[in-house]
Design a protein around this ligand. Sequence first.
Ligand SMILES: [Ca+2]
Ligand SMILES: [Ca+2]
Length: 243
Amino acid sequence: MRLGNFMRTTALAGAAFGALGAGSAHALLIDDFSKPDPGPQEVELPSNSAVGTTDTNTATGLSPNVIGGERDLELEITNSGSSSSTTVGAAGASVDDDLSFTFPTSADPVEATLKITWDGGTGLGGVDITEGGGATAFSSEVIATDAAFDFKLDVTDTSSNTSTSGFLNVPGIGMQTLSFGAFTGSANFTSVDSITLTLRGQSPADFQIDNVQTVPVPATLGLLGAGLIGLGVLSRRRSTGQA
Ligand SMILES: [Ca+2]
Ligand SMILES: [Ca+2]
């Protein structure tokens, strides 16, 4: 299969919640990022962190808002970009109602990678993320981004078989979906033990996502959302009656 067929992207910034609501009968929530409450759960790498530096944070007791009740965050500086220095940038990520991934020092030409793993601590126990066949794709909402970034999803089943989407580019805000058919590998999606979402960005990108879940086959919603945004707000000419 060709990569271009793998991901159907719907930019429905204004209508994303409505679209998700319409398919919620078969949606399996993976994470709505509402816990820990009060938040946040954070990982942070300060300025002048070297390539390979990591910070990790595991939050537990998050059921039912997080599949398996546990979320692992791992942030790593993965590339120094165009810098010849081995000590490069700063990066951080925070879960507090949604997930934010930021580069606080925009001058650093740094790449960082954030892994979000849902493994229930000792595994998810063979959860059927297809919901008996009703769900056929992952979805997430990109709330904000000021630059393109890459993501991938990895699934491991209870027999330790793995499947991956490989890195894909997220072009902008709106509901993003990734069909199970886009994955390569042998993981059984009806008996899943762990799910990892990996986000990879370069300074000065900042982005926010929310509501990772599995959903029915992506609706052919097209780029309606972008069109709606393009229309803007109809100007209402006010007639004040004043001279
Ligand atoms: Ca949320
Ligand atoms: Ca874990």
